[in-house]
Design a protein around this ligand. Structure first.
Ligand code: DOR
Length: 431
């Protein structure tokens, strides 16, 4: 395996607290040396001048669409989008066709990932068969096949008794249960946040209480069962408060927030652009500010993209008809780096929310940059401005609210298992 020297950059590693200008030498898939004066000899060189050199980003929430919806994305294209966005590890949701509710599907995903995906793929298995919320999956068989967590994401388990049992079993197999908290009876036909924006648009609203009512139920069930509850895509001030209180009581609850819920309000929906439609919907200013504060104070552990590719023909329809979801992998870093620019978080805190924290909650040996650890590394320039054009990106889909925008902050290089798999000037290099 080639030796790689990353030189001229500033190393930030939240786990060790390392925060210094240094070169990083990679050898045999591991970090061999970090220092100001590394004698590398002949090796591949990555110029990181002006860049931060951090552990590889870990996304706990990606939709890869394979098996079954490869016209939107597949494991190879999603993996290329991941490394272009600095993600070395992506945990993929179970709402594929067929659903990942059987060990054969989990094994298929891992096989495909080993064949032609430059990022490490971590399958999240369904908690209930067919995501129908009626019959539990065989959790221990799914764990044996490689599942890292359980989730019916995209769907909510409405039956409280079933949710309790799913939590009890996920505790037994020692994996988190990731919940999509939206009470379907309260969401109704809602497609945008309920409030003045939904009124002005004349579109049915999805109230913020649809989220918080389920977070209230689920943190109580987590307290009852002692299970690890992870709340996906938190979007409301009320849910943030419930999570904060539960954590203070010692309940094992973790949470994620998406780049879009940290940066866009429901005002972005005013043009009826279906690329601003997602579940949960974009919320009001107070909700966005509460999510930003919660990520900064540690109530929310990590940023997760909820990368949700949908084809052009599916999105270019009336707002009410379009499927919810937007791309996230290739734009996450510049979108969330705004929290550093606006001094809501330090660079170290934000890097932790993309690396050490998501790795810890999935129990991965990743999210670290230190001598002797496996070499998963992201190099990015927080200042570089670039125009995002999804047609030139790596995802098969185009559904992004940032299409055509100039973003600040760019991933320059991504290293997976000691190999340079992406460079901004050269594209995706492997496999
Ligand atoms: O916007 C979303 N899209 N939210 C989800 O929970 C599911 C996802 C999808 O699969 O498209």
């Amino acid at each position: 395996m080639a030796r790689v020297l990353i030189h001229g950059g500033h190393v930030l590693d939240p786990r060790s607290g390392r925060d210094e200008r240094a070169c990083v030498l990679l050898e045999n898939g591991q970090v061999a040396e970090i220092g100001s004066d590394v004698q590398a000899g002949s090796c591949e060189r990555v110029d990181a001048t002006g860049c931060l050199v951090t552990p590889g980003f870990v996304d706990v929430h990606t939709h890869l669409r394979e098996p079954g919806q490869e016209y939107k994305e597949d494991i190879a294209s999603g993996g290329r989008a991941a490394v272009a966005g600095g993600f070395t590890h992506i945990a993929c949701m179970a709402n594929t066709e067929p659903v990942n509710d059987d060990p054969s599907v989990t094994e298929y995903i891992l096989d495909r990932a080993r064949q032609d995906c430059p990022a490490r793929v971590l399958p999240i298995a369904a908690a209930t068969k067919g995501l129908r919320g009626e019959v539990m999956t065989e959790m221990s068989a799914l764990v044996d096949a490689g599942a890292v967590a359980f989730s019916d994401d995209g769907k909510t388990i409405m039956d409280g008794g079933m949710q309790r049992r799913v939590l009890e079993y996920s505790r037994l197999v020692e994996k988190p249960l990731i919940v999509h908290a939206e009470d379907l009876t309260l969401v109704g036909d809602g497609v945008v946040n309920e409030g003045s924006v939904s009124t002005r648009l004349g579109l049915p609203g999805n109230p913020s209480v649809a989220e918080s009512i389920h977070v209230a139920r689920d943190v109580q069930l987590a307290e009852l069962t002692g299970a690890h509850l992870h709340v996906a895509h938190v979007s409301t001030e009320a849910a943030v408060s419930l999570i904060r209180e539960a954590r203070a009581r010692g309940v094992h609850v973790t949470a994620e927030v998406t780049p879009h819920h940290l940066s866009l309000t429901d005002e972005a929906t005013m043009g009826y652009d279906s690329n601003t439609k997602m579940a949960p919907p974009l919320r009001g200013r107070r909700d966005v500010d509460a999510c930003r504060e919660a990520l900064a104070d540690g109530t929310i552990d990590c940023v997760a993209t909820d990368h949700a590719p949908h084809a052009v023909h599916e999105k270019e329809v009336e707002f009410t008809e379009a499927p919810p979801g937007i791309l996230g992998l290739e734009t996450a870093l510049p979108v969330v780096w705004d929290l550093v620019r606006s001094e809501v978080m330090t660079p170290m805190q934000l890097v932790a929310s993309l690396t050490a924290n998501p790795a810890a909650l999935l129990g991965l040996d990743a999210g670290r940059l230190d001598v002797g650890v496996p070499a998963y590394i992201t190099v990015f320039d927080p200042e570089q401005r670039w125009k995002y054009d999804p047609a030139k990106g790596f995802s098969k889909s185009r559904n992004s609210p940032w299409a055509g925008e100039t973003l600040q902050g760019r991933v320059v290089a991504t290293i997976v298992g000691g190999s340079l798999v992406y460079h901004a000037d050269r594209g995706v290099l492997a496999p």
